[in-house]
Design a protein around this ligand. Structure first.
Ligand code: FES
Ligand SMILES: [Fe+2]
Length: 457
């Protein structure tokens, strides 16, 4: 049953800074998300460096569909629905690999890497050569495109071009990875499950209020202090030994204070970035010198070069430039989210830098990452309390610095619309306001218009 516009407006109030808990648990809302958000949005599939050779493939989720992203003979990339045209079985069960063709394990229909049906057992004897094999290939996605090596697809033929969809915030987020060198994905995507609603795993990336409490135990272990790390890890991004080394610094001052120490980008379609400036945050690799490179100057405006927080490309692509990582938060039901982490290094990176990125990828986020285990406990509890008969009636409160976020939006600038503010909850609130617009099922023109940031958040 579709949720009415009026109801959606009541579920998320930009004015009051309140969000109704049912958005995290209602099965009808989850169904509508699959259709209106994951059925229309451009979704990240992989990075080109994961499939360099002909026949290389990865499987990627698009809502409840799974697609095989396959490097073609001519070097192009196709995304094919991983479902056999005969009776629907998956034609590939591997997460990634190299294939000459895909043979369905049910009855043996076989497809080439372009998705053409090239083999049907019994085509002559059983189908009497009457089965039109050209009509039963694997189906492709509606649109596929890349931005600086990041491969995206959408199931909506009427979706705007990828570059427009990404907007200034989405492009800046991807540029913050792309500008760090000739980047490649370290083989192996970390995948694990957290029993929570996917939106908690998304909105937390804007939450700079929680680390001082949630991650107290991680910080008490000094896990980000250089001296806690092995000698071999004491390098910055250029491989130069440094006493500063790996560290995590958080926005200073009392949470929610008026001191300007956080930048927030809010863009059309719900993309956002929030977090400290580079003056207050160094990040886990200990250096952000790439921000001063020619490449970064060309790709990022002056404000974006100061931003050191996390970007979310709506709905589920989290970009963490300080750690050289990106993450997908993959919904698998209202109460289950798969977390996928991709780690990047410059091809030319010395072994020490590669080792540092791997060490941090294993120990910060991911299935063995201390921070994400601490976060996951919170997301799980917050999800479960949305189902209590009494507790689900209590709205979530996202009022920090509400009404104090003046949005600077110079459409002629490279910089996305942004706010300079103390720690705030604008990123979360803006994401939910955009979420409500997506959920209304309005047209792309209406969606674009309704997700232009207001003058003040
Ligand atoms: S379902 Fe694939 S061959 Fe029958
Ligand atoms: Fe956290």
């Amino acid at each position: 049953m579709a949720i009415a516009d009026q109801t959606l407006h009541e579920l998320v109030s930009l004015e009051r800074g309140e969000v109704d808990r049912s958005i995290y648990s209602d099965p009808d809302i989850y169904e509508q998300e699959m259709k209106e958000i994951f059925g229309r949005s451009w979704l990240f599939l992989c990075h080109e460096t994961q499939i360099p050779k002909r026949g290389d493939f990865v499987e990627a989720p698009m809502g409840r569909d799974n697609v095989l992203v396959v490097r073609q003979r001519d070097g192009s990339i196709k995304a094919l629905l991983n479902t056999c045209a005969h009776r629907g079985n998956a034609v590939c069960r591997a997460d990634e690999g190299n294939a000459k063709n895909f043979m369905c394990t049910y009855h043996g229909w076989t497809y080439d890497i372009a998705g053409n049906l090239v083999g049907v057992p019994g085509q002559k004897e059983l189908y009497h050569d009457e089965l039109d094999m050209s009509a039963h290939g694997l189906r492709g996605v509606a649109q596929l495109d890349t931005y600086k090596g990041f491969v995206f697809a959408t199931s909506d033929p009427s979706a705007p071009p990828l570059a427009e969809f990404l907007g200034r915030t989405g492009r800046a987020g991807l540029d913050m990875i792309a500008c760090q060198g000739d980047m490649e994905v370290i083989p192996g995507v970390q995948k694990f499950v957290i029993p929570c609603n996917w939106k908690f795993a998304v909105d937390n990336l804007f939450d700079w209020y929680h680390p001082q409490i949630t991650h107290l135990s991680a910080m008490s272990l000094d896990m980000f202090a250089n001296q806690a790390m092995p000698e071999s890890k004491r390098v910055d991004i250029d491989g130069v030994a440094t006493q500063e080394g790996a560290q995590l610094r958080l926005p200073g001052g009392p949470a929610g204070g008026d001191n300007v120490d956080e930048l927030v980008f809010v863009d059309i379609f719900g993309h956002a970035l929030a977090g400290p400036t580079r003056d207050t945050y160094v990040g886990v690799t200990g250096s952000d010198s790439w921000r001063d490179s020619e490449q970064a100057r060309e790709a990022l405006g002056p404000v974006a070069r100061r931003a050191a927080g996390h970007t979310n490309i709506f709905p589920t692509l989290w970009i963490n430039p300080a750690g050289g990582q990106i993450s997908l938060r993959v919904p698998r039901g209202p109460f289950e989210t798969e977390i996928w982490w991709y780690s990047f290094v410059p091809r030319e990176a010395p072994p020490e830098h590669r080792a540092l990125v791997l060490a941090m990828a294993n120990h910060v986020f991911g299935p063995a990452g201390l921070l994400e285990q601490e976060d996951g406990e919170n997301w799980n509890q917050s999800t479960m309390t949305t189902t209590g008969l009494a507790s689900r009636r209590i709205p979530h409160v996202l009022k920090m610095n509400l009404g104090r976020g003046k949005v600077v939006n110079d459409v002629d600038s490279m910089d996305p619309p942004y706010i300079e503010c103390g720690i705030n909850e604008h990123g979360q609130l803006w994401t939910y306001a955009a979420w409500a617009q997506w959920m209304s099922g309005c047209s792309w023109d209406e969606l674009r218009e309704r997700t232009i940031p207001p003058a003040v958040l």
